[in-house]
Design a protein around this ligand. Structure first.
Ligand code: PAF
Length: 281
């Protein structure tokens, strides 16, 4: 695997592949990779002639007081995992390569409506940062397809909408959420949990599965949201949101809507903010 930090070198390599008619798959990441990321790489590997991954801790998607500074930078370890998962080129740019005029003076991509709610409502500007950096990465890599994790469900919807609305020639694919044996979704943020918090953390997935099961038994979604929030609070979480939404646009369902829904949770456990979701279908 080759590691490239320079945009011109990246373009030259990819131009050679495309001239040879090869299919290019892309997995964008912020590094500190775990099995969840590796599974996205393998999904890309199975469908592409060439696989590019990026590791870039994107400053514009972190709000004030979020963990940009302490976000773990583990490039050497990430390189080993990416090579094992079948990556051909790792693009690991500096901030100045991605933001030549500086992050604060960057062109910004705003995806309306779907970003007004859930994560978007609790993390002002977060999805502008995500959409901006992903569109920049798409312009640099020009992949045939890109793979995103379903764990960041709203992010996936934002990217799908951006690609469709801007007619970007990239197919968006998604990979399932990987979980530990007790159900906790794999996340770089799990390492911040104390041993006692780690024991409690699987309550999020347990709550989501209970919501899904009770919904399938005919319970009303509004009542399930209220009960699930109370359950998480009793377990020591501070939820930002516990919501059942339409999976395609994250809008509130009608009272009697029973198809195509997803439950989503964001909750703090001590200093760590965890997110997870579970589609009902
Ligand atoms: O999901 C992530 O790791 C990031 O939000 C992404 C898509 C790489 C953009 O920085």
């Amino acid at each position: 695997m080759q590691t490239v930090t320079d945009a011109a070198a990246l373009r030259a390599t990819i131009r050679g592949w495309r001239t040879a008619g090869q299919v290019v798959g892309f997995v964008p990441t912020m590094g500190n990779l775990h099995e969840g990321h590796h599974s996205l790489l393998k999904l890309a590997r199975a469908r592409a002639d060439r696989v590019v991954a990026s590791v870039f801790v994107n400053p514009t998607q972190f709000g004030p007081g979020e963990d940009f500074e302490r976000y773990p930078r583990t490039l050497a370890q990430d390189q080993v995992g990416l090579a094992e998962a079948g990556c051909d080129v790792l693009f690991a740019p500096e901030v100045a390569t991605m933001y030549p005029f500086g992050p604060a003076a960057s062109v910004s991509v705003h995806v309306p409506v779907v970003t007004d709610t859930l994560e978007g409502a609790h993390r002002a500007g977060h999805f502008d940062g995500v959409a901006t950096v992903v569109s920049k990465l798409f312009h640099l890599v020009q992949p045939d397809f890109a793979v995103f994790g379903q764990k960041d469900f709203q992010q996936l919807k934002v990217i799908e909408r951006m690609v469709r609305d801007l007619s970007l020639p990239v197919k968006i694919m998604s990979g399932p959420t990987l979980r530990d044996d007790d159900g906790l979704a794999k996340s770089s943020r799990n390492q911040y949990l104390s041993p006692a918090e780690r024991q409690r953390a699987p309550q999020i997935y347990a709550t989501l599965t209970q919501m899904r099961d009770l919904f399938r038994q005919g319970h009303n979604w509004q009542a399930l949201e209220t009960a699930a929030r109370a359950r998480l609070e009793r377990a020591g979480f501070t939820p930002d949101y516990v919501a059942i939404r339409r999976a395609d646009d994250l809008a509130e369902p009608a009272t009697d809507e029973r198809e195509g829904l997803v439950a989503l949770v964001a909750a703090r456990l001590g200093a760590t903010r965890l997110i997870d979701n579970l589609p009902f279908d």
